[in-house]
Design a protein around this ligand. Structure first.
Ligand SMILES: Cc1cc2nc3c(=O)[nH]c(=O)nc-3n(C[C@H](O)[C@H](O)[C@H](O)COP(=O)(O)O)c2cc1C
Length: 309
């Protein structure tokens, strides 16, 4: 009897391993087909390349000390991408975003101060809006890449984590975790393998690593749940920090499995936690600027399956 039970349990285990493998192969196949990984033929993939290059220039202008003449390679690339985009899609919002970035970058190359070319903000304006109605908080949250010196109060970080933990999660499994570092040496170690913080990360008084403990998931169907639950947690975390008058910038964790493993080993993160993103956190300077980042129009964002216009 025992042997039969063991056989059955072994067979169930093998089936789960097989299903998991198939699901990952399916994900890899869908990603390769849908994304621009193998080819940039789809219009939406090409448009995303334009936005990405334009953002490189806009972000450069919003750094504390943009290098004079920075971005000549990106500007060259953007010119080519824009020509192709214009032939395919005309002067739509993506084209305009790219043109605006090129013009601003050209002004900077001619000696105009970057601070007059990126979007101006002030701590007072942000703090007032952040304490108002929800749309005001959403409207004023921008990625901040210019931080004032001084520590971020530990209580604010605790409060933000407490509020983020109120985010929904699948079956209330509450897998999200946030690891916070404030010590400069630790911050350096945490940022060492991240590729999007250059020029401002070292001025963030705190860096958070948002992870999800994958031990809370059990089925093949839940293989992406960490990114969903972690993304929801991260959004609440950002709003909670901005609501308290702080500035944040998400930092991508788009890395290879080898880098991910190296990162976890180097800072002692448990291997079963999925890293969702890092967040640079700091105090807002009295006056600062943020990158222009135009948004996709509502007509493209909101759709219906019901045939309404
Ligand atoms: C998951 C994620 C990762 C990001 N990674 C970076 C990054 O590595 N470096 C950076 O400067 N900005 C990063 N950003 C910020 C985006 O560039 C920014 O959200 C976008 O341009 C929109 O601008 P806004 O946040 O000011 O509204 C990231 C944003 C998200 C959501």
């Amino acid at each position: 009897m025992n042997a039969i039970l063991r056989l059955r349990s072994g067979a169930r285990r093998l089936k789960r391993i097989w299903d998991n493998l198939l699901a990952h192969l399916h994900d890899a196949h869908s990603f390769a087909q849908g994304s621009g990984l193998l080819s940039d033929r789809s219009a939406s993939s090409k448009a995303a390349q334009v936005l990405k290059t334009a953002h490189r220039l806009e972000k450069g202008l919003a750094l504390p000390n943009p290098r004079p003449g920075f971005g000549s390679g990106a500007a060259e690339l953007l010119r080519v991408q824009l020509q192709q985009h214009f032939s395919a899609s005309g002067a739509d919002w993506v084209w305009k975003a790219g043109q605006d970035a090129l013009v601003r970058r050209a002004h900077h190359a001619r000696g105009v101060s970057a601070h007059t070319l990126s979007a101006p903000m002030s701590a007072r304006e942000v703090q007032a809006a952040a304490r108002g109605e929800f749309p005001a908080l959403v409207g004023i949250r921008r990625s901040v890449r210019q931080f004032a010196p001084g520590p971020v109060p530990w209580g604010c970080l605790q409060r933000a984590s407490e509020l983020a933990a109120m985010s929904p999660s699948v079956c209330n499994r509450s897998g999200a975790r946030v690891w916070v570092v404030t010590d400069p040496a630790q911050r350096e170690r945490v940022l060492a393998l991240q590729d999007g913080h250059q020029g401002f990360g070292d001025r963030a008084s705190a860096v958070a690593i948002i992870t999800v403990d994958t031990t809370v998931f059990h089925t093949v169907g839940e293989r992406h749940q960490a990114w969903v639950d972690g993304g929801l947690f991260a959004m609440t975390y950002l709003y909670a920090l901005h609501h308290q008058g702080l500035g944040t910038c998400c930092l991508n964790w788009c890395v290879t499995p080898a880098t991910d493993r190296q990162f976890k080993r180097s800072i002692g993160l448990p291997p079963h936690e999925a890293v969702v993103m890092l967040v640079a956190i700091g105090r807002l300077p009295e006056q600062f600027t943020v990158a222009h980042s135009p948004r996709r129009p509502l007509s493209e964002v909101m759709r219906t399956l019901e045939g309404r216009v």
